[in-house]
Write a protein that binds this ligand. Structure first.
Ligand SMILES: [Zn+2]
Length: 502
């Protein structure tokens, strides 16, 4: 039994904070009240600390980076007060895998790191049950993962029978506990996917009351049409819809603002973060036409005289000098590149910026991940405060490794968000907490989480703000077990592998 005494409780419903004691028994909250004489195995003095439900990160990449396997404690999440994460975004998930291949996450990870011994969503979730995780985890079904397994690397439309098989796999996966489906419509494999296909598949998910999460077809000049397309799916299927990592990219702020104004339906939300830097696979900086056909085909574009020059010209024309500031964050097997900018590498190599970029893509075998500063920060922060916004890191808890440069977003999204709320007060702290707890739980249909009340699971975060306004996470409980103790993450595996509707 754990007794938390005299904490300032923000319960996740949006109602004003109040002071009380909270008693935990097993994995649940057993009572809230005043218990001056209660004995417990662990007593925590909560005086001066906020006690809230554990935060829910609705869009993470811990599956894409395979860190569910390489860093199962997910310490960078619990240190932020996050107790539940969702994966399977941007069209790519770790299940279902019809033939056991992980090709659709090759843009994030070396897929040979792990031994894949599952096919269905049900089998995948059982593998995670067995291995254990430090946070609760739920997955979406990656549209591209399934589509590529069904029809291969081609870009053709689906036949009627393809579509029937596709729907059957989605239906089965939903029954086995997937939370919905995601698309990654700006990626090469999905750009040509027609509206009708998305609608039919999302319809299946909607029947299960699941979520449709979409990485938009175009976040720049095609932003508004992409938003209209998403609104249409949301309206015609009624599915809970979530626009992934929705950010104001430099040069497109006006369209972004216009999009915010029309994102009003009750079933439509977007997730975003308070940072100015994107983290992207390096090859997505190539011109669109040079990203099609799989890595082997792209390699020939980049190495064949003639087409290579066209790629160089296209990069210069569209990206110009800004590619110099792109910084390499990950490059498996090439640790000397980590932290270097394309400009620094260009000077070393005596090459132009576009040529250096191409060289790095080839050298790292398409596997480098880069930081790209392309987001209008103040607009991103304002968007985060709106009713339709959810908070996401769109990041992963990565192992502490000198070969990985961690972007701040991966380990500091939630503290940063709450620090902004606390210092600038654009919304109340209670409302901000509701957004990252019960609102997120409701969106994904999570039961008994996201609100501090008796009989709910004991996912809890205790924190305070320093006089300088920095958020300090002191204690975190995941299903009643202490995952952070006095600011230190423990190697705890008390997360639950979540199943939708179970
Ligand atoms: Zn995405």
């Amino acid at each position: 039994m754990v007794l938390i005494k005299s904490a300032q409780i923000i319960d996740g419903t949006g109602k004003p904070a109040y002071k009380a004691d909270v008693l935990l028994r097993g994995d649940k909250i057993s009572a809230i009240g005043t218990f001056p004489n209660k004995k417990a195995d662990i007593v925590i003095d909560g005086l001066g600390l906020f006690l809230t439900p554990g935060f829910i990160d609705v869009n993470t990449d811990s599956d894409h980076y395979l860190s569910l396997f390489t860093e199962p404690y997910q310490k960078d999440f619990v240190r932020q007060g996050v107790t539940t994460i969702f994966g399977g975004h941007c069209g790519s998930s770790l299940a279902p895998l019809l033939y056991g291949g992980l090709e659709s996450i090759r843009k994030w990870s070396d897929i040979n790191q792990i031994n894949v011994d599952w096919h269905s969503v049900g089998e995948f979730l059982k593998v995670l049950d067995r291995r254990g995780l430090g946070v609760n985890f739920g997955t979406l079904i990656g549209h591209s993962t399934l589509r590529r397994a069904l029809i291969g690397e081609g870009l053709r439309d689906l036949t009627i029978s393809d579509l029937e098989i596709f729907k059957k796999y989605i239906n089965d996966s939903m029954k086995e506990g997937a939370f919905g489906i995601s698309t990654g419509l700006s990626y090469a494999h999905s750009r040509q996917v027609p509206y009708s296909e998305i609608k039919e598949l999302v319809q299946v998910v909607a029947e299960h009351k699941g979520v449709y999460a979409t990485h938009l077809r175009n976040e720049k000049e095609g932003l508004l049409p992409s938003i209209y397309e998403t609104l249409k799916v949301a309206e015609e299927t009624g599915a809970e819809t979530l626009i992934s990592h929705f950010k104001p990219i430099y040069g497109y702020e006006r369209d972004y603002q216009a999009s915010l104004e029309i994102l009003t339906p009750a079933n439509v939300h977007y997730d975003t973060y308070p940072f100015d830097t994107s983290v992207i696979p390096i090859y997505t900086l190539l011109p669109d036409w040079a990203q099609v056909g799989g890595f082997e085909v792209i390699r020939t574009y980049l190495t064949t005289p003639g087409t290579r020059e066209n790629v160089v010209k296209a990069i210069s024309a569209t990206k110009g000098d800004e590619i110099g500031d792109i910084r390499i964050a990950q490059a498996p097997g090439f640790s000397h590149l980590i932290g270097k900018t394309i400009r620094e590498l260009a000077e070393n190599e005596g090459l132009s910026l576009p040529e250096t970029l191409i060289k790095m893509i080839l050298l790292t075998n398409f596997r480098a991940v880069v930081f790209y500063k392309n987001i209008a920060l103040s607009l991103a922060i304002a968007a985060l405060m709106r009713e339709q916004a959810m908070v996401s890191s769109n990041g992963a808890s990565l192992p502490d490794d000198p070969d990985i440069l961690k972007q701040e977003r991966f380990y500091n999204t939630f503290p940063k968000f709450l620090e902004v709320v606390n210092s600038q007060k654009p919304i109340s702290l209670e409302k901000a907490i509701k957004k990252i707890t019960s609102d997120a739980a409701k969106k994904f249909g999570l039961k008994q989480r996201g609100i501090i009340q008796a009989d709910n699971f004991a996912d809890l975060t205790m924190f305070s703000f320093t006089p300088a306004g920095k958020m300090k996470v002191d204690f975190v409980f995941v299903n009643g077990e202490m995952a952070v103790q006095e600011g230190e993450a423990r190697s705890s595996l008390s997360g639950t592998i979540l199943r939708h509707n179970h």
